[in-house]
Write a protein of this length. Structure first.
Length: 145
């Protein structure tokens, strides 16, 4: 069962979650670079019929990928333990479950935004974001304290 946030609760945890999200985005970018380089090496080997491989470079790449993947998993797990959903690391997108008029919806925040100002239904996603208005603010709720 998810944790449900009020807007105020989500805003309180946002700074610490945003810091971890920034770290996760940076690690994912590092992991993506290592994956591209490994793919390039594999492609060169297959195109050249088995070229001489720099074993140290391949081992270093493999190790860097494994370390980055472990770090990324740990950070995402920490964010999830807060009750926050990581939606897209390329965009830096997270959601905070909440209840609006008794229905589960998501408060939506993206890296670079100054505040949580949008929400959307479970099936609408980022493209279906709507501004938080007075009706939403008055009729949403989180878990009982």
């Amino acid at each position: 069962m998810p944790r449900y946030f009020t807007l105020d609760e989500a805003r309180r945890v946002l700074p610490s979650v945003a810091d971890r999200l920034r770290a996760a985005v940076a690690i994912k970018q590092e992991l993506d670079r290592a994956e591209r380089e490994a793919g390039r090496i594999t492609h060169q080997i297959s195109m050249m019929g088995g070229m001489a491989v720099n074993r140290e470079r391949v081992a270093s790449l493999r190790n860097a990928r494994e370390v980055a993947a472990r770090q990324l998993r740990r950070i995402i797990e920490e964010i999830h333990e807060e009750g926050v959903q990581v939606k897209d690391l390329d965009l830096g997108l997270i959601d905070f479950p909440t209840l609006y008029r008794g229905e589960e919806v998501l408060l939506c925040w993206k890296l670079g935004e100054s505040d949580i100002e949008f929400w959307h239904g479970l099936s609408e996603g980022f493209r279906g974001r709507r501004p938080i208005d007075r009706d939403f603010a008055d009729n949403h709720r989180g878990d009982p304290v």
